[in-house]
Design a binder for this molecule. Structure first.
Ligand code: ZN
Length: 145
C-alpha cells in the first residue's frame, strides 16, 4: 500500500486497505468532516434546484406542528458553540492512535512468538541431525553390533 497525502491537512497517511486507492483524506475526524462538507457543497452546486419549491410543504408541516420552531430555537440557544467538541474530537483521534499502536504491538508480539516457535522447531531438527551424525558413529563404534 502506498502512502498518500491528505487533501485537507496535506499530511502523509496510509490509506485504509478497505478503501485503498479511492481514499483521498486521512482518518482524522476533522479531515473526514471537511471531506464530507466539501462533498455536500459539490453535490449542492451540481443540484441547485433540489431543495427548491419545498417551502409549501414546510409551511404546511410547521402549521401542523406550531411549537416546533420555538422549541428548536430554544434548544439551539441553550447549547451554543461547544469548544469542548473539538477537544473531544482530538481526544478520540489520539485514543484511536493509542489503540492502533497497541494493536501493532500485539501484532509484533504474535510475529515474534511465531518466529520463536519456528526457530525452536529448526533448532530441534538440527539438534536431532547433529546427535544422529555425531553419536551414531560413537554408538556403532563402541556399542554397535
Ligand atoms: Zn488529514
Amino acid at each position: 500500500m502506498t502512502t498518500k497525502l491528505c487533501e485537507v491537512c496535506q499530511a502523509a497517511f496510509e490509506p485504509d486497505p478497505r478503501v485503498g486507492e479511492r481514499q483521498r483524506v486521512c482518518k482524522q475526524l476533522r479531515c473526514q468532516r471537511e471531506r464530507k462538507r466539501r462533498a455536500q457543497q459539490r453535490w449542492l452546486a451540481a443540484n441547485p434546484d433540489y431543495f427548491k419549491g419545498q417551502y409549501g410543504r414546510l409551511k404546511d408541516w410547521l402549521q401542523a406542528h406550531p411549537d416546533y420552531l420555538k422549541n428548536y430555537r430554544a434548544r439551539r440557544s441553550a447549547t451554543p458553540y461547544d469548544p469542548c467538541g473539538d477537544i473531544q474530537d482530538e481526544l478520540t483521534t489520539s485514543q484511536n492512535t493509542v489503540l492502533e499502536t497497541v494493536r501493532d504491538i500485539v501484532d509484533i508480539q504474535d510475529e515474534i512468538t511465531s518466529r520463536i516457535i519456528t526457530a525452536k522447531r529448526h533448532l530441534h531438527r538440527m539438534l536431532a541431525v547433529i546427535y544422529k551424525t555425531s553419536e551414531a558413529p560413537v554408538i556403532t563404534g563402541v556399542n554397535g553390533p
